[in-house]
Design a protein around this ligand. Structure first.
Ligand SMILES: Cc1cc2nc3c(=O)[nH]c(=O)nc-3n(C[C@H](O)[C@H](O)[C@H](O)COP(=O)(O)O)c2cc1C
Length: 133
């Protein structure tokens, strides 16, 4: 069974989780591939049996640019997709929204996991002034 883990990660949280999932699946002898969306053509998804999709929650949803990417994904062989997201505090109905879009594309979401991690949105307000003297 060929499993594709496809993720976007702005500051590393989602990559951290994607990598953990990959390592665990390796342990179970799955044929698992890990790619950032930046390095993977969405039309190549059909070469895999199952898709695992990971992303950070932005404004209680999947990041907008990623929604456009997901729209272009081809269906994995079984149409099965497992979704995980990382977030700072609150994802509201993000999984529901994402799930509906995936179903409309013809995918079959099997599971959603929302993982709380350090929030990267606070970084917007953080200004690095260099090392203190
Ligand atoms: C622009 C922006 C919007 C965000 N919106 C939310 C949000 O609505 N709810 C939440 O809990 N976290 C929010 N976060 C925090 C991220 O979802 C969280 O830190 C995530 O783990 C970051 O993953 P990454 O390191 O893979 O980019 C936001 C972060 C950014 C940068």
């Amino acid at each position: 069974m060929k499993i594709l883990i496809l993720y976007f990660s702005g500051t590393g949280n989602t990559y951290f989780m994607a990598n953990k999932i990959r390592n665990e699946l390796y342990r179970w002898d799955y044929d698992v591939y890990l790619y950032s969306v930046e390095d993977f053509q969405p039309i190549d998804t059909q070469n895999f049996d199952v898709l695992i999709l990971g992303y950070p929650i932005y404004a209680c949803d999947m990041p907008v640019f990623l929604q456009a990417y997901v729209n272009q994904l081809t269906l994995p062989v079984t149409k099965n997709v497992i979704v995980f997201s990382t977030m700072g505090i609150y994802g509201a109905k993000a999984s529901l929204k994402v799930g509906k879009r995936l179903i409309n594309k013809g995918m079959r979401p099997l599971h959603f996991e929302e993982i709380k991690m350090p929030g990267s949105d606070g970084l917007v307000k953080f200004r690095w002034k260099g090392p203190s003297a």
